[in-house]
Design a protein. Sequence first.
Length: 318
Amino acid sequence: MISAINLVQSMLLRYPYIRYQISANLSKFMSKHTKIAIVIAIIVVIVLGISIEANNRKASHTVKIGAALALTGNSASQGALAQRGVEIALEHLKSQGITNIEVVFEDTQTDPKIAVNAWKKLTDVDGVKGVLAYSSPVSMAMAPLANSAAIPLFGIVSAPAYQSANDYTYRIIGSATLEIKAAENAILNTLKAKRLAIIYMNNDYGKSVDGALKNELKGKVGIVAEESFLPTDTDHRGVLAKIKSANPDLVYIAASGKDAGVVIKQAMALGITANYMCSAACENADTIAAAAGAGEGMVTATPTGKMLPAFETLYRQK
């Protein structure tokens, strides 16, 4: 009998398709990033669905999988992509004769406290057999609960501290460490940065990128400013003024969605004339909309690579 964990280890984690490349001009790469976000969700639900079906071949009852996504709030566009991926996966499972898999969606708003309540509802009330979670704050909040309950958690998460060996947490995108390793060459050799300023969101995601950035670039470039802001902040002009006074030649933004776009727009309005680089989570429609044109020319480290052919075919058919 195949367990969900063994199947995921053999099928998903042994075939990583995400690596990082550097891309300039944010809007041109949105279609690729959109496709990756959807395919990630497809992979998880199909793999987990097939595994559950293997364990319940004789069962006629419905088996449930949880999807804890940002369906509202500043990261809602990413949540919508993941939701679409789940829907495509369910359609595929049904075409293969697997019809007793149901996905229960919960909106986390990328809030750790809401995420904990979502986990409790999914596991205690809905009785799900596995959970797909979006974002570092959400996945980090759910990780100890997953290990305690022995329920697999698949995180779209970049925080390096998320996954431990031999537990029930699985990472399905590259960590912040991998992202920054790819970004290093662009920072040092393409942008030729000498004076780096960092502004990051003060949550698990932003702090993980900030930490990886400082660790990777230690002794290689001068960090002239390091500022943070809360996820609830909307006016960043105070910390951006400090960054401007440090006269950086590169500003690195470790945030996502609308929050990153607002930072970019306000930084440009203040006349910070440095080059701009943003973490991979910047590459979504909310960032572009909030930046209102200010993000053009910004450099990002974007996940890319050869997708598993079957999943790419599924996406293209839709």
